[in-house]
Write a protein that binds this ligand. Structure first.
Ligand SMILES: [Zn+2]
Length: 462
């Protein structure tokens, strides 16, 4: 069986066929960096990381692009609110997202382009759209895409143009059709802006993804992903921009469902309690990842702290079994045929987890029976599954106790510096002050400050 994936564009589970055999290009819409990530934001990162890991396990070379939207109305509002420059706000929250992705063992993208770093590509794309007769500038500094000219518009979401509400991103009176959307917006005084042939301004939200997907993945690529809420208008408008430019764009469209709370899409009203950083005070990164990755990516995940705790407890049971099994032999990453079939079936993680429960049961009874060959084999199958899901406890990314790691590094450093300091003391004792000074200089060029105290020299990193 080969990999099949649900394609939002065809509304069916189709056999996946890479454009270039053995290679897959993926573009995932990343974060608008205007607030700390909550678990609703991070789910898409986890879901598409599982897809990426499965493709890699299946032998593909994957180029994975996830953009950073670092210019946007929300960022400008936040900058006013935080009394900070817009770019400082964007950087601060980009770092918060990077930290959250790292804590959840989401592989860094192959390339992670920022919108503001690709204005040149956006201008080229807009010039092409004007030349081809799809974009127009009414003279107010904005540039709009004329959606009625594109027969393929709205096929992803299955809507009719005449049923659509106005785009609402500019004054309707300047547009040929109120549903036309802004590719570029003229800037208001005090706002960041870049020069273009149509006036100084900044990009509309959709433009960057078309420009950056083209820059990194070419005219046509394999998979485009994002959350369900992006299908319209964002993904429809990306398709419109790229296809009007004459590019094939994405072949497969994949959308992950939301994390819900009381059946609703997670919202700001839940406050900070669902910010990833806060949740990581309750459970480890590996446990939060396990929880977020356990539902099928197309199913809503109803969040509750009880469910999170329960899920973390069951993960700890699996982890405990793997550690016990390790005492009886080497636990490998083994991909069983049943697991492969489940993952090839549109990433059927719940089916895979049911298999895993079975292996855990038979592994535990093999411990009781003293059949350690069977214990290690079941453990290897479990580890194989966990590895694909990004939750392999033997993966160094999840060194359960990072603090003990850094404390052992400090011990080594302590020993090395103590040795140098002792040499310096000996040089002083024999009144070889030149040698003592040389040692002190060498230590200080490493950025280490020595303080002579009554109880002997003490060091710190300056
Ligand atoms: Zn996008």
């Amino acid at each position: 069986m080969s990999l099949s994936l649900y394609n939002t564009a065809t509304r069916s589970v189709d056999t996946f066929k890479a454009i270039t055999p053995g290679k897959v290009g993926i573009y995932l819409c990343g974060a608008t960096v205007q607030a700390e990530p909550h678990i609703g934001h991070i789910r898409s990162g986890v879901n598409f990381d599982i897809l990426r890991r499965w493709l890699i396990h299946s032998g593909y070379k994957v180029t994975f692009i996830r953009n950073v939207t670092d210019i946007d109305d929300k960022i400008l509002h936040k900058a006013v609110h935080e009394k900070a420059p817009w770019w400082a706000v964007a950087m601060k929250y980009e770092r918060a997202f990077t930290d959250a992705y790292r804590a959840l063992n989401v592989m860094p993208p192959t390339y992670e382009p920022r919108a503001t770093g690709h204005i040149t590509q956006m201008i080229s794309l807009m010039e092409r759209l004007v030349e081809r007769g799809y974009a127009y500038a009414p003279g107010n500094g904005d540039l709009y895409l004329e959606v009625r000219k594109l027969a393929s518009y709205l096929t992803l979401s299955g809507q009719k143009l005449d049923d659509l509400l106005p785009a609402g991103d500019a004054d309707d009176s300047v547009k040929r059709d109120p549903r036309d959307f802004a590719l570029w917006k003229s800037s208001k005084p005090g706002e960041p802006s870049w020069p273009t042939p149509w006036g100084d301004g900044r990009p509309g939200w959709h433009l960057e993804c078309s420009a950056m997907a083209h820059a990194y993945l070419g005219e046509e690529f394999d998979i485009h992903g994002g959350g369900l809420d992006l299908i319209f208008p964002h993904h429809e408008n990306e398709i419109a921009q790229s296809q009007a430019a004459g590019y094939g764009f994405a072949r497969v469209w994949m959308h992950n469902a939301w994390v819900t709370a009381s059946g609703e899409k997670m919202s700001k009203s839940l406050g900070n309690s669902l910010v990833v950083r806060e949740i990581l005070k309750r459970v480890r990164g590996i446990e939060l990842r396990w929880y977020l990755g356990s539902a099928h990516y197309r199913s809503m995940l109803e969040f509750s702290f009880e469910a999170l705790e329960e899920s973390a407890t069951s993960f700890r049971r699996i982890e405990g079994f793997l550690h016990r099994a390790k005492e009886h032999g080497e636990v490998h990453v083994l991909i069983s045929d049943e697991f492969k079939s489940a993952m090839d079936d549109d990433l059927a993680v719940p089916t895979a987890l049911a298999l895993l429960s079975g292996w855990l049961r038979s592994g535990n009874s093999a411990i009781t029976d003293g059949n350690f060959t069977a214990v290690v084999e079941e453990a290897s199958k479990i580890r194989g599954a966990l590895n694909v899901l990004g939750c392999d406890p033997f993966d160094s990314a999840f060194d359960a106790d990072k603090s003990s790691d850094s404390s052992s590094q400090k011990e080594v450093l302590d020993g090395l510096i103590a040795g140098l300091l002792q040499e310096r003391e000996e040089a002083r004792a024999r009144k070889d002050f030149a040698a003592a000074d040389r040692i002190r200089d060498r230590i200080s060029t490493l950025g280490i400050t020595i303080e002579d105290t009554a109880s002997g020299p003490r060091w710190s990193i300056s």
